[in-house]
Design a protein around this ligand. Structure first.
Ligand SMILES: Nc1ncnc2c1ncn2[C@@H]1O[C@H](COP(=O)(O)OP(=O)(O)OP(=O)(O)O)[C@@H](O)[C@H]1O
Length: 265
């Protein structure tokens, strides 16, 4: 089966800073895949490479089998992207914002009205659609941005910290909509977050990223089991506290350390 996203040996350097340090990653079609890690881990740089917004060498990143280094425009047609910075225009109504994206993405004119309505409804914004976006709450703005990204019916939805800065209720609302869209459309979702608890509940698989590298990949349940129980936060802490530059500190060692720690109380 062709991976939705495949990354091989991706490295990205800004001046002296190694933002991404030779990572491999595979996202399966239809899964919600979380790229987790603290600020500066390299998550945004990784997904900007996947979205074609950063230049990448050939044969390092592909989306549904299309090489990002060679087929930029074709890849863009498969992707919906919600960046970290707000992209909705407060002076326009919710509906106008989504319609604007439908035109930008070149959604066929005869399908536009229906597709805009669908995207707005999928994000629970039908009643608010005629209001100016400047009157929306933070959670509604995020859902509006999701509707903008969904209007082109992408095969791959890429979300950079979709719940950052939102209160717990709004965060839950955003995740509820993301999981619902995936359930109804089978769309693949690649999401970055540093909220481990959210990823634990909503992602099928996660990759833990730290200092430009990916430490472990797996289902939240398997990763938690691998350290003998706890939460995804504990898993991350177990890895982040180890020296990731030291090749000898593998999964087994972390597990051993945890076991020892729990024996010692
Ligand atoms: N345009 C840039 N110029 C210089 N350095 C950059 C640039 N973009 C990112 N970096 C650096 O690369 C590293 C990785 O940043 P990146 O934004 O990918 O991390 P992140 O995990 O997404 O963190 P955050 O959640 O804070 O965005 C950081 O040290 C950051 O300062």
């Amino acid at each position: 089966m062709t991976a939705a996203v495949s990354v091989r040996g991706l490295r990205y350097v800004f001046g002296e800073t190694v933002a991404v340090d030779g990572i491999d990653l595979d996202v399966a079609p239809g899964e919600i895949f979380g790229l987790l890690g603290p600020n500066g881990a390299g998550k945004t740089t990784t997904i900007r490479a996947v979205t074609t917004l950063l230049p990448v060498p050939r044969d390092t990143v592909s989306v549904f089998g299309l090489d990002v280094g060679r087929r930029k425009m074709a890849v863009r047609r498969l992707i919906g992207y919600v960046p970290q910075l707000l992209s909705a225009d407060g002076a326009l109504t919710g509906r106008e914002n989504v319609s604007l994206f439908a035109r930008l993405y070149d959604v066929p004119r005869r399908e536009r009205v229906a597709r805009v309505d669908e995207a707005i409804a999928a994000m629970g914004l039908t009643e608010a659609a005629q209001r100016q976006a400047s009157t929306y709450s933070g959670g509604m703005i995020r859902r509006l941005e999701l509707a903008q990204a969904l209007v082109s019916s992408p095969q791959l939805l890429i979300l950079d910290e979709p719940t950052i800065g939102l209160d717990p209720v709004a965060r839950a609302g955003v995740w509820e909509r993301i999981t619902q869209v995936r359930r109804e459309t089978g769309m693949t979702v690649l999401v970055t977050t540093h909220y481990m608890d959210e990823a634990e509940h909503s992602c099928d698989r996660v990759a833990l990223m730290h200092r430009g590298r990916i430490g472990v990949v797996g289902t939240p349940a398997d990763l938690i089991e691998s350290i003998g129980g706890g939460s995804l936060d504990d898993v991350f802490r177990a890895y982040a506290e180890g020296d990731w530059d030291d090749e000898t500190k593998g999964f087994r060692n972390v597990r051993q350390t945890r076991r020892t720690a729990s024996r010692l109380g």
